[in-house]
Design a protein. Structure first.
Length: 335
């Protein structure tokens, strides 16, 4: 059997209902931390933590793309990192990780970005790490049905509005937290170029949460077997519309805006209107995400039977999954 860490994490309706409460406690805890302890030391610790995580996330993200640039003659050696506990029949694997030379090249490139981020805290390095975290988040977190998605988005809609408009907690934490948990967009880019220092921010949660809902709608599109991606494109356009509206309102009122206030109604409302027009509302809400495989889509569940080799991902997809592996029943498809 595969290690549970290899499987995508499915969010149930109970998880979705609890998520805003857990997120609120975490946010308030961080706010109190920044109020009580020295901001400098907290950010130093967080920088080191996200430095390591960012390198691993970015390496995993770029490895399928980098595989196209390696020549066929590239000497690609296989390695295995094995760490066990005990001996004989009671021996237990703690770390079992396979990788190859291509993985090491991707890790080296990601480390360059990591060092750049650590030394300069440059906004480009921050955004590269932020995008890598977002892509990994959408790939690892899965909604099993539209109802669960509505519960999750609805709960976080209230969470976002309360913590941005009701208190100064969200804005204070976002500004104090020097870690790639947000994308930053320089507003003085034309004046100062790459050295811009006046930023607008977008939290990664505003990307990942709608992202896993849009991924669910893509799987629903494929389950209809009509060779169209109507719901995916509708929700994707809705996301862009919601984000544009957020930026517009922010500039009009000159105040931080909870992005989910605009993204949630757009990402749920637009596909729902399409479903009403097509008479597929029942199908949409009765759909349960299962183990359909999205074409040409990297899937974490197709890593080797160990904790995972990112670079082997592209090879396994090219082979059209010709070597079947044991899979947990009813595991959702990965994005």
């Amino acid at each position: 059997a595969q290690n549970s860490s290899e499987m995508p994490e499915t969010i149930t309706s109970r998880d979705a209902a609890r998520f805003p409460i857990v997120a609120s406690c975490t946010l308030l805890g961080l706010y109190l931390f920044f109020k009580i302890f020295s901001q400098e030391y907290i950010n130093l610790l967080l920088s080191m933590y996200f430095f390591v995580l960012g390198i691993l996330a970015l390496s995993h993200t770029i490895s399928p793309m980098m595989n196209r640039f390696f020549p066929t003659s590239f000497p690609n050696k296989q390695y295995q990192l094995l760490f066990t506990q005990g001996s004989g029949d009671s021996k237990e694997e703690i770390v079992n990780y396979e990788f190859d030379t291509k993985d090491l090249v991707c890790l080296a490139l990601s480390s360059v970005v990591g060092v750049w981020y650590l030394l300069r805290k440059h906004w480009i390095a921050n955004n590269l790490f932020g995008l890598a975290f977002s892509l990994n988040g959408v790939e690892l977190l899965h909604l099993n049905n539209v109802s669960t998605g509505c519960i999750l988005l609805g709960g976080l809609f209230i969470y976002d509005v309360f913590w941005v408009f009701g208190t100064n907690v969200m804005v204070t934490v976002a500004k104090s937290f020097e870690a790639p948990i947000k994308l930053v967009f320089p507003q003085d880019l034309l004046e100062k170029g790459l050295e811009a220092d006046n930023f607008a921010m977008l939290g990664l949660g505003d990307i990942v949460i709608p992202g896993i809902f849009i991924a669910l709608l893509l799987r629903f599109d494929i389950s209809l077997k009509k060779n169209t991606h109507t719901y995916f494109y509708t929700s994707f356009v809705a996301y862009i519309f919601g984000l544009g509206l957020t930026i517009f309102i922010m500039h009009i009122f000159k105040h931080a805006q909870p992005a989910l206030l605009y993204l949630v109604p757009a990402c749920i409302g637009f596909p729902l209107l399409v479903a009403l027009a097509k008479g597929e509302v029942t199908e949409m809400f009765s759909y349960e995400s299962s183990a359909e495989i999205l074409p040409h889509t990297p899937r974490l569940t197709h890593f080797p039977t160990v904790s995972g080799s990112p670079a082997s991902l592209a090879d396994s997809m090219q082979q059209k999954l010709s070597c079947p592996r044991r899979r947990r029943q009813q595991s959702p498809s990965a994005m």
